[in-house]
Design a protein around this ligand. Structure first.
Ligand SMILES: Nc1ncnc2c1ncn2[C@@H]1O[C@H](COP(=O)(O)OP(=O)(O)OP(=O)(O)O)[C@@H](O)[C@H]1O
Ligand SMILES: [Mg+2]
Length: 257
């Protein structure tokens, strides 16, 4: 089976310092892949390289067997790969609904096609977009917040809206950078359930960076462990947790938390 996302020999340097080197991994469709590793391991850099924000210096990324390396982030998004960020990236002055609608624009459509499409068709597309945004807010359990300003939401609610914005265009892959950061412990099971529903009900492949080890161990189908820019272990959660190299990288503590 073709991997949904394949990363081959990925390398990325910042001013001569390697943040990633020789990173190779293959993620099948509709899998939750956890990506863990100590601070500075290269996890966010890996997501940035996959989604095109920072082009890799070496290697390539394939989406359903097609190379996407070197494409602009908007072009990669248009092929069905979306992400959320480590720190909240919502537009605080816009409503929740408006924020989600922005997830429908890949930068290709708006502007370029505005003049070509008739205004009636544009309005129909807009109405359809709003309908989609409502549906995805319902899916993440935020239907009641559509008209609130994003800046008025709690941190945890903002994370859910970011996930909704990533999902609204019906992507096949979503990259999540620490979706549980700042969430209280009793909300962890909500996010766990939501991630499984994204996989099972929408068939989305998830790459999940997460420091909350309990969550990542429970929800991931498999886990890739990065340390100092390289893959030091990969496998089922229970295998990875006992891997001596992983235990050493975490100094024998965090993995068991
Ligand atoms: N824009 C940049 N310029 C220079 N160095 C960078 C840049 N972004 C990341 N780095 C460096 O690359 C390495 C990997 O950073 P990265 O943010 O990918 O780690 P991470 O695994 O996501 O860490 P954390 O768990 O703290 O989020 C670090 O040494 C970091 O200092
Ligand atoms: Mg990071």
């Amino acid at each position: 089976m073709t991997a949904r996302i394949a990363v081959e020999g990925l390398g990325l340097s910042f001013g001569g310092v390697a943040a990633l080197s020789g990173v190779t991994m293959a993620v099948p469709p509709a899998e939750i892949r956890g990506i863990i590793g100590p601070n500075g391991a290269g996890k966010t850099t890996l997501l940035n390289a996959i989604c095109g924000i920072v082009p890799p210096t070496e290697g390539r990324v394939l989406l359903d067997g097609q190379p996407i390396t070197g494409l602009k982030p908007s072009a990669i998004a248009a092929r069905g790969l979306r992400r959320t960020f480590q720190t909240s990236a919502l537009f605080g002055g816009l409503t929740v609904l408006e924020n989600v609608v922005t997830g429908l624009h890949t930068g290709l459509r708006a502007g370029l096609l505005d003049g070509i499409l008739g205004s009636r068709r544009l309005r129909a597309e807009e109405a359809e977009g709003i309908e989609k945004a409502h549906r995805v807010l319902e899916f993440v359990g935020m239907a009641g917040f559509a008209d609130r300003r994003a800046s008025a939401l709690s941190f945890g609610q903002q994370r859910l809206v970011e996930i909704a914005r990533a999902l609204v265009s019906e992507p096949s892959v979503v990259l999540l950078d620490e979706p549980a950061v700042g969430l209280s412990l009793n909300r962890l099971s909500d996010i766990d359930r939501l991630l499984r529903r994204i996989r099972d009900e929408r068939g989305v492949t998830l790459l999940l960076i997460e420091h909350v080890i309990r969550l990542v161990m429970e929800v991931s189908d498999s886990i890739t462990v990065l340390a100092a820019g390289t893959v030091i272990a990969e496998g089922r959660p229970e295998q990875v947790r006992q891997d001596p190299a992983v235990v050493t990288a975490y100094l024998g503590t965090a993995v068991h938390a």
